[in-house]
Design a protein around this ligand. Sequence first.
Ligand SMILES: Cc1cc2nc3c(=O)[nH]c(=O)nc-3n(C[C@H](O)[C@H](O)[C@H](O)COP(=O)(O)OP(=O)(O)OC[C@H]3O[C@@H](n4cnc5c(N)ncnc54)[C@H](O)[C@@H]3O)c2cc1C
Length: 484
Amino acid sequence: MPLHHVEVWNDLSDAGTLTADVAVIGSGAGGAAVAGELSRAGLSTVVLEPGDIPHPYGFGAHLRNAYPVEEDLGTGFGPRVLEALVPYARAAATLPALRGQRFAHAVGGMMSYWSHVCAVPDHATEAEPSVPEAEMRALWAEAARLLWSNSTVGAAGVRQRHLRRLLGQEFTGLPEGRGVQPLPVGMREDASGQARYSGIDALLDGGQSTGPATVGIVPGYAARQVVLTGGRATAVLAGAVAGGRALRVEADAVVVAAGALGSPAILHASGVRPPALGRYLTDHSMVSSRVRLSAGVREGATADDASFGVWIPSSGERPLHTQIVPGWTEVAGFDRSVPARETADIGQFVAVDPDPDNRLVFGEGKPGPWGLPSVSARFELGAADRDRVRAAVADHVRVADTIRDTSHGLGVSVAPPGGSLHLMGSTRLGTEETGVADGNGRVWGTDNLYVAGNGVVSTRTTSNPTLNVVALALRTARAVAQGR
Ligand SMILES: Cc1cc2nc3c(=O)[nH]c(=O)nc-3n(C[C@H](O)[C@H](O)[C@H](O)COP(=O)(O)OP(=O)(O)OC[C@H]3O[C@@H](n4cnc5c(N)ncnc54)[C@H](O)[C@@H]3O)c2cc1C
């Protein structure tokens, strides 16, 4: 896909200062959604990113496009994803309280590797309270379109048909629209019929095709501080990750979208410290297993059976997201002699209550990564969170027993905190007391400083977060454009 309006500025040897309408910190889902929307509105952005271009298969494209065959997921794609996932700021180890947390420090952030599940949240229980319902639903629909979300993946597949039938018979009585259904996935076919999965190329699409570039991406530079004068952001100070060279980006507005650990660290370093900053961390407890599919699911499936993806969405009575998909990681203890196409991964995301005591702590004056303060975390599940995990494990076994070959064992695992890769809440939307930013993502006490990405989520959710945070980032981009 030609992105004429995007340039990657690898060589900034002459530039001590850059200018743009808007400075965006971080090139993941939040940052790219903002930059794309601003570009479509005709505004220019400079996007700072400490990572590099992650692979040679097209700018912003998803790595999976290089592995079109389902059988290659576990052997080719999976190992490359695991290699790319590192502790925050490439530290030697993850934070002890968030042992499972990893990031992808690359242009595209985690979206270069995500599993492209575009789950639409349950409005009644998961939507941001600061966004009116009709607008939130419209934003989710826009985000789904931008992310190439569609629910037809595997429609022609035999395994898909059997999985939906068996699970539909077992899980009945769920609310309208929230029953067993095809999993929405960010994928579309190109002109030759080849599946293309969405990366940030999808979010940046649609800018002008002639004239100067409106999105300038600067790999290898980490933001250290936003410069503010009387509540007005005027510039971002950044440093080259490799060499210490400094860069100043002057802009009319700044959007901080550096991930759930990076964004609060940058605000803290900039002296912007609303009471909720780094607090109310929330996550998805993740329960997972790999199963050999039962003979009933495999019946009639040939070697070229279309891929599959089945979803049991969260709903009020069932605060649990369940997805059944082909696996891409090695699973300890699972019989390696079972061919990949006879297996499925069952993944569940379980709600965690936002709790102000689950928080990040920034080391005052102590040097941390990339010139930012050092960070530590306190994160513990409460009694209600633990009860939900127990219920999810029981539900998980029920899902597994409906579709699995019971002559193989079943190992159900609960990931360590952060292991879902969905850490949220550290720069949450809310009131001045309970939030870092208002419903438009504008940081309290500032005129033109905004946040985007997973950190903005303030509610207890179970749906994979990207569609929701892209939707909220579109709202933020429009507020930025309007505020200029
Ligand atoms: C393997 C995998 C599978 C996933 N599957 C799904 C899925 O199916 N569905 C779903 O919804 N979600 C999924 N996710 C999660 C999803 O990718 C993330 O929720 C989402 O991409 C987060 O976007 P973000 O912008 O908040 O953060 P990030 O993607 O982390 O982007 C933040 C960016 O900011 C950069 N940054 C950090 N510090 C600085 C700094 N000081 N200055 C400048 N930039 C900085 C980082 O390098 C990074 O590129 C998956 C993630 C992974 C890794």
